[in-house]
Design a protein around this ligand. Structure first.
Ligand code: KIV
Length: 273
């Protein structure tokens, strides 16, 4: 499919992302954990690729994002970033790689930057993560914050209900966004909050917001690629728009192959030497 959107072939950087917000050009972001998907996404023109800790759910089959390790995030980031030519590649710092001390957080971010070709990292938390963001950003590593629904805290919250639905929660999130900007984050992911709050937060900060279930007024949007492709069907939040039904296609292909092998119709003459 050809895109009518004109895009600069130049590498996307923190500056590009900031300019896109200022020019009102929406930032298109998706997740990737492997080189093939990353290459397809990059060639299609995605602006930012997140090696998300959602790899824990949709690749490793865990019930939450908590089990994935820093070594595993580095492994997936290497596969993604070695093939990407234009998009900015950001890696999630996983649970327990940045919460204990600011020094450990910086060491984790430093490992990602030294051992992969990623362009930055992302952490969950607003005011509580501000010191970590300040240290990592202060040392020259681009960093994104993530507030609203934070999957690494899902067991504490006891579920995936939207956040920021009361005045108090909305005020907290506005303060979190301000703290992240102040600490040096270059963007903020807003997950599963009312669209009106997504707009208020986006208007309240100078840096771009990237929404996932945060309405149309964010500076950009992100989805988990496996969800939008209809590959991961375990649960389907309302904010996921399905652009394909790959699980159905794969199921059909697998069944047909098994059928053909068992019926002796694969391989045929032209598929043999
Ligand atoms: O891990 C992830 O995939 C994320 C989302 C924002 C998509 O953090």
């Amino acid at each position: 499919m050809s895109s009518e959107i004109q895009q600069s072939p130049k590498r996307v950087t923190t500056r590009t992302i900031q300019e896109m917000k200022e020019a009102g050009h929406p930032i298109a972001c998706l997740t990737a954990y492997d080189f093939l998907t990353a290459r397809l996404l990059d060639e299609a023109g995605v602006d930012l690729l997140l090696v998300g800790d959602s790899v824990s759910n949709v690749f490793q089959g865990n019930p939450t994002t908590l089990p994935v390790t820093l070594d595993e995030m580095i492994y997936h980031t290497k596969a993604v970033s070695r093939v990407v030519k234009r998009a900015m590649v950001i890696t999630d710092l996983p649970f327990m790689s940045y919460q204990v001390t600011t020094e450990e957080a910086f060491r984790s971010a430093g490992r990602v930057m030294k051992e992969t070709l990623a362009h930055g990292v992302k952490v969950e938390g607003g005011r509580r993560a501000a010191k970590v963001v300040e240290k990592i950003s202060g040392e020259g590593i681009p960093i994104i914050g993530h507030i609203g629904l934070m999957p690494q805290s899902i067991l504490k919250f006891g579920g995936y209900r939207p956040r920021g639905t009361t005045d108090d929660e909305a005020d907290e999130l506005l303060q979190d966004a301000a703290a992240l900007q102040e600490a040096g984050a270059f963007a903020i992911v807003l997950e599963k909050i009312p669209a009106t709050l997504g707009k208020r937060i986006t208007d309240s900060v100078d840096i771009p917001t990237i929404g996932i279930g945060a309405g149309p007024h964010c500076s950009g949007q992100i989805l988990v690629t496996h969800d939008m492709l209809g590959l991961f069907e375990d649960f389907r939040p309302r904010f996921v728009r399905r652009y394909a039904s790959l699980a159905d296609d794969m199921d059909r292909a697998f069944r047909q192959y098994i059928h053909d092998v068992k019926m002796g119709t694969f391989p045929n003459e032209s598929e043999s030497y």
